[in-house]
Design a protein around this ligand. Structure first.
Ligand code: C2E
Ligand code: CA
Ligand code: CA
Ligand code: CA
Length: 279
């Protein structure tokens, strides 16, 4: 057993070294990327189920690496969170998202809400409300046209302070949604404690909604519960017509997914908004 343990350990160290090396490389490359502006913000339309029109958009970061090509945020966001680089990066994201949405507003899209993903790390320095307030002021975006997407794990560290921060953001008129809803571990008590305006049902439930009665039941349950709590419901990852039909039949409020539109650069989104006739 001892021998086996040692072998396992050796195997583990070499894997660990490999991944640590990747992380060190990634860290310095992220630094360069921040400096040389290799990031771009994409926007994915959010479709209002009732009107069939675009009601908002989620801002999603893209890293166009000079050699590696497009690097997925799922790969570099966790590293940026570990190194603290998420802080300057998120500042750029928030400012760019607000500025771009103000431009849309000026071109006549007066009700379009931009949703920005927030990392739990951004709550740690204790000045998050000031940053949001200042960014809304400098970009001249009406406060109610910004929404922040948080994940349940935001409450792992100093929940009382995070909840107070979220209340202050709501007082500013900024919307708050719970992202990836249903994948955390104590969603229901959070629903009661957090001053939120929306829940986003995770794609993992939507994927099999038309084949798996359990996923269908969970989704119906989330929608019904959210509505009783006066919250709007967004379905993430809607990829097919039958999924959209099921969600519409079950009173889901907002759709997001490839069936309607993929994330795209702002230039393309402007064209999309001009030509989209509704779902
Ligand atoms: P998320 O917040 O859950 O974002 C939704 C993800 O689902 C996006 O992946 C989006 O492109 C993808 N998606 C949308 N519709 C569909 C669909 O119909 N089918 C499938 N298969 N996927 C769909 P993306 O852009 O790769 O982002 C991955 C994750 O990285 C995000 O998950 C979020 O956790 C994080 N992320 C992305 N941008 C930001 C950012 O600006 N700040 C922070 N803190 N995190 C970000
Ligand atoms: Ca999100
Ligand atoms: Ca999500
Ligand atoms: Ca997700």
């Amino acid at each position: 057993a001892k021998q086996e343990g040692r072998n396992t350990y050796h195997w583990f160290t070499s894997e660990l070294n490999q991944s640590m090396m990747d992380r060190v490389t990634l860290r310095s490359e992220l630094q360069k990327a921040i400096e040389s502006e290799e990031f771009e913000l994409y926007f994915q339309p959010l479709i209002d189920a009732r009107s069939g029109r675009v009601g908002g958009m989620e801002a999603l970061i893209r890293w166009n690496h000079p050699e590696r090509g497009m690097v997925s945020p799922a790969d570099f966001i966790p590293v940026a969170e570990d190194t603290g680089q998420i802080i300057p990066m998120s500042q750029w994201i928030l400012e760019t998202a607000c500025r771009q949405n103000r431009l849309l507003y000026d071109s006549g899209h007066r009700t379009n809400v931009v949703s920005v993903n927030v990392s739990p790390i951004q709550f740690q320095p204790g000045n998050f409300v000031d940053i949001v307030k200042r960014t809304l002021e400098t970009t001249c975006l009406p406060n109610h046209l910004l929404e922040l997407e948080i994940v349940e794990s935001v409450l792992l560290h100093d929940p009382a302070r995070v909840i107070a921060t979220l209340h202050e953001l709501r007082e500013l008129g900024v919307g708050i949604s719970i992202d990836d809803f249903g994948t955390g571990f104590s969603s229901l008590s959070y629903l009661k404690r957090l001053p939120i305006t929306k829940v986003k049902i995770d794609r993992s439930f939507i994927q099999e909604i038309t084949n798996d009665p359990k996923d269908a039941a969970i989704t119906q349950g989330i929608i019904s519960m959210a509505h009783h709590l006066k919250l709007k419901v967004v379905a993430e990852g809607v990829e097919t017509g039958p999924q959209a039909a099921f969600l519409r039949d079950n009173a889901c409020d907002i759709f997001q997914g490839y069936f309607f539109a993929r994330p795209m650069p702002m230039a393309q989104l402007t064209e999309f908004l001009a030509s989209y006739t509704g779902a």
